[in-house]
Design a protein around this ligand. Structure first.
Ligand SMILES: CC(C)(COP(=O)(O)OP(=O)(O)OC[C@H]1O[C@@H](n2cnc3c(N)ncnc32)[C@H](O)[C@@H]1OP(=O)(O)O)[C@@H](O)C(=O)NCCC(=O)NCCS
Length: 318
């Protein structure tokens, strides 16, 4: 089964591949095309595994995202359609990526997978290539049917922060609103376990990650403002293929923590989602992130799967 390069007419089939690999994130050909166009800036190495008719049934990519801060630190991903597993495709794609990573002189390789359903293959493949589990988080879902929207208003009245305002980014008119949001992100993102090792994105990169990616919308960013600054935010991302919104991130400035702001922001977002007709909200938080784990459970989120970040460093190589 020789591998080949990615073609523009592969995205339809590849959306099908992605959609057999996770249940909560339906994607589309258009969204994948937009994402792969963007990673063109990260020196990508991409290979496709095809079936007898030439249709893409597997995909592997290796990229050096600027956030990792060193071109020898790379992300890789291997995905095989559920109907085409156990045929050696994942191993073949991984071997091609690893050969390319060797050629590029890698010092760190990162990947992740969703721990739901049949993941024995992913696990074995990653172990074979020397990856170790680096971080594990719960995926949570909240059913909105029983959520009382009045709770969001009560929380706003009760949160002990002087001059507090909760605003939606789309309704902010100040020309520097994204700069101010970026300032908040820069101050607090390093405390997010999944982001702790990343370089802070500059304004352009931030704009792309938090407003440019498919499913990121200005009407789905809730910001808490106090003392003339944004002090916390929560943000939804909507799956390109339709479905439940996913809480992309919730962050509060250190000096404003433990005053109920994250709870308030999430409640405001939940109320807006319910008004929009969303039935469920999905989120994730790292096992060691005690604050967000407790808050999610207190808000009624229930775990349904896990995500696993894996890493291989040069020292760990055989
Ligand atoms: C997680 C985070 C957003 C919480 O923000 P916050 O405004 O301090 O949270 P709240 O004050 O609304 O907390 C509500 C409840 O959550 C729980 N909680 C929040 N932070 C906690 C912590 N550090 N330890 C234990 N429980 C915590 C508590 O039950 C708390 O209620 P209590 O203060 O009455 O005990 C904040 O710590 C943060 O920005 N961390 C870094 C970013 C991050 O990890 N985001 C989550 C990514 S999934």
């Amino acid at each position: 089964m020789p591998l080949r390069e990615l073609r523009d007419d592969d995205y339809e089939a590849l959306a099908g591949v992605f959609n057999t690999c996770t249940t909560h994130w339906p994607t589309t050909a258009g969204a994948l095309c937009a994402e792969y166009r963007e990673i063109a800036g990260f020196d990508p190495f991409i290979r496709v595994s095809e079936d007898a008719g030439g249709r893409a049934v597997g995909l592997g990519h290796l990229i050096s995202p600027s956030e990792l801060g060193d071109p020898r630190k790379m992300n890789l991903r291997v995905l095989v359609h559920a109907d085409h597993r156990r045929q050696g495709r994942g191993g073949e794609l991984a071997a091609a990526l690893m050969a390319e990573a060797d050629r590029r002189g890698w010092i760190e390789l990162n990947t992740h997978y969703m721990d739901e359903g049949d993941v024995g293959g992913s696990r074995r493949l990653l172990e074979r290539w020397g990856f170790r589990e680096d971080l594990r988080g719960d995926m949570f879902a909240l059913e909105l049917a029983n959520f009382d929207e009045a709770e969001a208003e009560r929380a706003l009245a009760e949160t002990p922060v002087a001059g507090l305002r909760v605003v939606v980014l789309a309704e902010e008119t100040a020309p520097d609103r994204v700069e101010r949001w970026h300032d908040l992100f820069t101050a607090a993102y390093a405390d997010v376990p999944e982001m702790a090792d990343l370089e802070p994105p500059d304004l352009d990169r931030f704009r792309w990650r938090f407003l440019g990616l498919p499913g990121m919308r200005e009407d789905s960013v809730w910001l808490a403002e106090a003392d003339g600054r944004y002090v916390g935010f929560t943000q939804f991302r909507y799956p390109p293929g339709g479905g439940d919104p996913f809480i992309a991130l919730t962050v509060v400035r250190r000096e404003y923590r433990r005053r109920g702001l994250a709870r308030l922001l999430k409640l405001q977002a939940q109320a807006a989602a319910k008004r929009r007709g969303d039935r469920r909200i999905i989120t994730g938080s790292a096992m060691g992130n005690e604050g967000m784990q407790r808050l999610n459970r207190a808000l009624g989120f229930e775990p349904f799967a896990a995500y696993v970040f894996c890493r291989r460093t040069r020292e760990a190589a055989p």
